[in-house]
Write a new protein. Structure first.
Length: 215
């Protein structure tokens, strides 16, 4: 299962943060083959306000990721019940590892702080939330960081219109670099070059300077 989440800071009425996530069912090849496009089946989506007060984008992304993982584990448990109906309901929590999952984010700072070597954070509430996410990731769930242009849940946290929904409609999807998407950094890098090439250089001899008048 693929869980894609996103968050925005002070983006709604009353300066409250916004959260959103997609959860989809995909084939196992998507986890290993990140150079090919793979089809997905959407299972759940959600968009709403984060009820807690946050100081920056990083805590908002952490709270959104934590709730996204809760929804992911619930759907994994539901799928376990469908595939193994003979199991006792209390044992489904121990069978979640049989269905691999991936949590996808576009927040590089969140991706970095979830690594084991960075366990202590200055914000205690954020440090506790990061510990909860790390514990959830131990249940056969990986975390993957993508660029903002390839973020499927971006349209759930911001007003993007039809332009923002364009990439979401480009199913299938891939975890690796998508050739259909131009990264914003690369586009900004190419724009000055194109502007320099389009600007005509006027020779100094062809420039007529007005005569100066002194009083």
């Amino acid at each position: 299962m693929i869980a894609v989440h996103d968050a925005s800071f002070a983006n709604t009425e009353g300066h409250k943060p916004q959260k959103g996530h997609w959860i989809a069912l995909a084939n196992k090849e998507m986890l290993h083959d990140k150079t090919e496009l793979h089809r997905m089946h959407m299972l759940q989506w959600h968009s709403g306000k984060i009820q807690r007060v946050v100081r920056s984008t990083l805590p908002a992304e952490a709270y959104s990721c934590s709730e996204d993982l809760d929804s992911l584990n619930f759907l994994r448990g539901t799928l376990c019940e469908m595939l193994q109906p003979q199991q006792v309901p209390k044992e489904y929590a121990n069978k979640l590892h049989t269905i691999p999952g991936v949590c996808v984010t576009d927040c590089r700072s969140l991706y970095d702080c979830l690594h084991p070597e960075r366990t202590l954070l200055s914000d205690k509430r954020l440090s506790l939330e990061a510990a909860i996410i790390r514990q959830s990731l131990q249940e056969n769930i990986g975390i993957h960081c993508v660029s903002t242009e390839r973020q499927l849940a971006d349209c759930l946290t911001k007003t993007l219109g039809k332009k923002g929904l364009g990439y979401v409609q480009k199913v299938p999807w891939m975890l690796g670099p998508d050739p259909r998407v131009v990264i914003k950094r690369e586009r900004l890098r190419e724009e000055p070059k194109a502007k320099q090439q389009s600007t005509a250089i006027i020779p100094k001899a062809a420039v007529e300077w007005p005569q100066a008048h002194f009083w």
